[in-house]
Design a binder for this molecule. Structure first.
Ligand code: ATP
Ligand code: MG
Length: 471
């Protein structure tokens, strides 16, 4: 009976009806079967690929052809391997493929892969993560140009901030390159977005990149774009200069960019045109560049981490956001604002801060600035547990101990309350940092963690205050 059935035809009909992509090669890598499902996925006509060698059909860079060949050689299957590549018609797809050898009389005569398209699944995952991110940001409004903040989002009461905002509005209208300097958490990102939204470029894109977060080689491709084939895996892609169009490109933490990339950036700004990595075409640059640094720019220039010529290019206008400890009125205004914000989010009753704690807040150095204050209030509101008054005991541990020793300091046990406020605060800060370093055996990372600040921030302060390090 069986011999009368044309088995090849049957199998082919079966493989045409399933939802997985199937490809079979002989032991030389020639394609001997390719079903329409895979054809749909890869944008290829089965009849046009059958009979061809894998290397003729797939660009060696985008499809790991050796899979079939290595399975043929090793005789071992490769299971559930994920690959992302570009199809013949330029669509990016992600598949999961398992490749198996076929034996005949102890020898591998063919190999086949079963492939599932997970592009949709990947997109769905990305979407879910994006949604989660938005929920994480307390569903703050994200405008069509990609920003969340305007000048209206800035809470302040000090005349220093009022002056800064006036200058920032002028800078928004002036349209020259702009450099913003401020310690971590002072609101640089917020200010840059506000400036963009106040400028004539507000309906154009706002594109931001954190130069500290991305390895140098990648940063270059991200900024300038790439041309297909520039390096393994490179595809034609717009860089951020192109993506920003006539909008604003925000180079966050510029001082972390390598000196060699700074030279390339300078060239782009001087020539007002950009060349993609691996490309030759000059693409005009139309965006406004705003950059930020959390280290005093001249300090960066002196230590050799910022090129002077680039600084002059990027700082046609410069703005300085003072640290929170230098704007006492703002501490009060922000405190009220964050109390309302988190009381609303966590659906609780009206809460307030005890007068002792408020006093301590006014004297604290806020190394993490507004972000630190925001986190402290958020965690304290959570620790309240039905109560209505936030006291020292509701604070995160690192602050609780601090405020206890600050109390002692005010009683004259640690810092002498002599000299100007700035000197007293400086002494207090120095003692607190020295104490934190001592408590962690000189380990900067751990000390920074206990203080709730970034390691770089602590290093900066150690240098600034001339604290001698252990070991
Ligand atoms: N004046 C302000 N009014 C209201 N919120 C503020 C203000 N300044 C800062 N914030 C808030 O503080 C947090 C930190 O601000 P932002 O991210 O802009 O600081 P940053 O200077 O960019 O910090 P970093 O150097 O660490 O990147 C944000 O949640 C921001 O909304
Ligand atoms: Mg920032």
């Amino acid at each position: 009976m069986l011999s009368q059935v044309p088995l090849a035809k049957v199998l082919s009909a079966v493989f045409e009806s399933i939802h997985e992509g199937i490809i079979v090669t002989d032991n030389t890598g020639k394609i001997i079967f390719y079903n329409s499902e895979l054809g749909k996925l890869e944008g290829l006509e089965p009849l046009s690929v059958i009979g061809k060698h894998l290397t003729e059909v797939y660009d060696a860079v985008t499809f790991d052809t050796s899979e079939h060949l290595s399975v043929t050689q090793s005789g071992q299957p490769v299971l559930e391997k994920r690959k992302t590549y570009f199809t013949a018609n330029g669509k990016e797809i992600t598949i999961v493929a398992s490749t198996f050898p076929v034996y005949d009389e102890g020898k591998v005569v063919a190999a086949y892969s079963v492939c599932r398209d997970i592009t949709k699944f990947k997109e769905l995952l990305a979407k879910t993560m994006q949604l989660q991110d938005q929920i994480g940001q307390e569903q703050e409004y994200v405008g069509s140009n990609g920003t969340r903040y305007s000048f209206d989002s800035m809470i302040f009461a000090s005349s220093g901030m009022q002056n800064l905002i006036n200058s920032a509005k002028k800078a928004a209208e002036a349209d020259g390159s702009l450099l913003i300097f401020g310690e971590t958490g002072t609101g640089k990102e917020l200010l840059v977005q506000a400036i963009h939204n106040y400028s004539s470029r507000k309906d154009e894109p706002f594109v931001a990149i954190n130069c500290a977060a991305i390895p140098e080689t990648l940063l270059e491709s991200i900024l300038f774009g790439t041309v297909k084939g520039a390096f393994t895996g490179a595809v034609d892609g717009k860089g951020l200069f192109e993506q920003a169009g006539k909008g604003t490109l925000f180079l966050d933490e510029l001082n972390s960019m390598s000196i060699s990339l700074q030279a390339k950036l300078l060239r782009v700004l001087q020539e007002k045109s950009v060349r993609r990595v691996g490309g030759t075409a000059e693409i005009p640059v139309r965006c406004r560049v705003i950059s930020s640094t959390n280290v005093e720019p001249w300090e960066s220039i002196n230590t050799g981490s910022l090129r002077k010529d680039l600084f002059y290019r990027l700082a046609v206008i410069s703005l300085y956001i003072p640290p929170l400890r230098e704007r006492e009125e703002d501490i009060g205004a922000l405190l009220t604002y964050f109390l309302h914000k988190f009381q609303r989010i966590y659906g609780g009753k009206e809460v307030r801060v005890s007068s002792e704690l408020k006093e301590a807040f006014l004297h604290y150095s806020w190394p993490g600035n507004v972000r630190e204050l925001e986190h402290v209030i958020e965690s304290a509101v959570n620790m309240l547990d039905g109560g209505q008054i936030i006291r020292v005991e509701h604070l995160p541990p690192y602050l609780k101990t601090r405020f206890v020793s600050q109390d002692a300091a005010l009683q004259g046990n640690i810092v002498k309350a002599e000299g100007t406020l700035a000197q007293i605060l400086r002494d207090a800060e120095k003692q607190v940092l020295t104490e934190a370093l001592r408590a962690h055996g000189g380990n900067i990372t751990k000390a920074a963690e206990s203080l709730g600040i970034a390691r770089q921030n602590l290093q900066y302060r150690i240098r600034k205050l001339g604290i001698e390090q252990m070991g």
